[in-house]
Design a binder for this molecule. Structure first.
Ligand code: 2RA
Length: 316
């Protein structure tokens, strides 16, 4: 049956994409409610359900929905996600932030890989993974099913959109300024991004990895249900707008048969549709038990909005 759907954070890059994806996929919506801060309340927004007005977020209004997508900060999610979902009459909440991703009992879902786990858990709060992990796992999960995975080494090339609309604006404005002989400022990124590569995304942790890199480790283990899998990642921001790319090396349990690897990737839902995989080859380091590949995915779609809507389709 059609659902009452709320999207919180509709003025952000991910919120806007969620609204667009709901329309494009013809998600069965009986009523769509658009929530943001008081500053944006009253503004009109085009949606698949016609032009709607943005409302100021309130707990009562969110709880009137059947499904609520949170495209807001981790702090906001920590404060509100459980209040929106709890008890009789609570909504199914799909949270894009990292606030609940590592919490026991909160499923962390890439629908093509572990929707079943989420359905079984009957959870009212589901976490959407970090874009970097979701894009990688679209390729790694089908390969894991074929050959098993012993370890993963990954380097990323991440677009400005990972830092939301302000990140994209900082890249575009800085690039124009530099092309005209000026200089680029940086408030969003650790350093000016135009014509640069920056191996620093999110904060540094005590072990000298960045949090973005550790998200890949923690989330891969949880989604693939491989709690001890060694995963090492180096995350780098590059001056592209909205697609993350990743060079991935895996050591496999079983010897790799390249034809089987191609067939598994070709058969995997979502691969080539919103995530592209190429450069698949045996690698010299792990001999017969290794593969190298290059993966590229739309950061705002697979990394956030589309993945979240697919969770709703699979679970609600
Ligand atoms: C980034 N993965 O690319 C982050 C966004 N969630 O900055």
């Amino acid at each position: 049956a059609p659902k009452k759907v709320g999207v919180v954070g509709v003025t952000g890059a991910v919120g806007q994409e969620i609204v667009a994806v709901l329309g494009e996929r013809g998600f069965p919506v009986s009523e769509l409610r658009l929530f943001a801060s008081a500053r944006s309340a009253g503004q009109p927004m085009e949606t698949g359900s016609g032009t709607l007005q943005i409302e100021e977020f309130s707990l009562a209004a969110a709880r009137e929905c059947d499904i609520v997508f949170l495209a807001v900060s981790g702090d906001f999610a920590l404060e509100w996600a459980e209040k929106i979902s709890e008890g009789e009459g609570g909504a199914l909440v799909i949270d894009n932030s990292s606030a609940f991703r590592y919490k026991d009992g909160v499923p962390l879902v890439v629908p093509e890989i572990n929707a079943e786990a989420a359905r079984r858990a009957k959870a009212k709060l589901i976490a959407n993974p970090n874009c970097t992990t979701a894009i990688a796992l679209m390729a790694l999960a089908p390969l894991h099913e074929q050959f098993g995975t012993r370890r993963v080494i990954m380097s990323t090339y991440q677009a400005a959109s990972g830092a939301g609309a302000p990140g994209m604006a900082e890249l575009e404005e800085g690039t124009k300024a530099m092309a005209n002989g000026g200089s680029a400022s940086n408030e969003v990124f650790a350093h000016p991004l135009p014509f640069n590569v920056i191996p620093h995304i999110d904060k540094f942790l005590d072990d000298k990895y960045t949090k973005e890199e550790r998200k890949v480790t923690w989330e891969t283990r949880k989604i693939m249900d491989l709690p001890d899998l060694p995963v090492s990642c180096t995350c780098v921001r590059i001056p592209t707008l909205r697609a993350h790319a990743e060079a991935i090396t895996i050591e496999t349990e079983k010897p790799v048969d390249l034809d089987k690897a191609y067939a598994a990737l070709n058969a995997a839902p979502g691969v080539t549709y919103d995530v592209e995989v190429g450069r698949v080859r045996k690698n010299d380091v792990f001999g017969d038990n290794g593969l190298d590949l290059f993966v590229c995915g739309d950061q705002l779609l697979r990394g956030a909005a589309l993945n979240a809507v697919l969770i709703a389709e699979a679970v609600a």
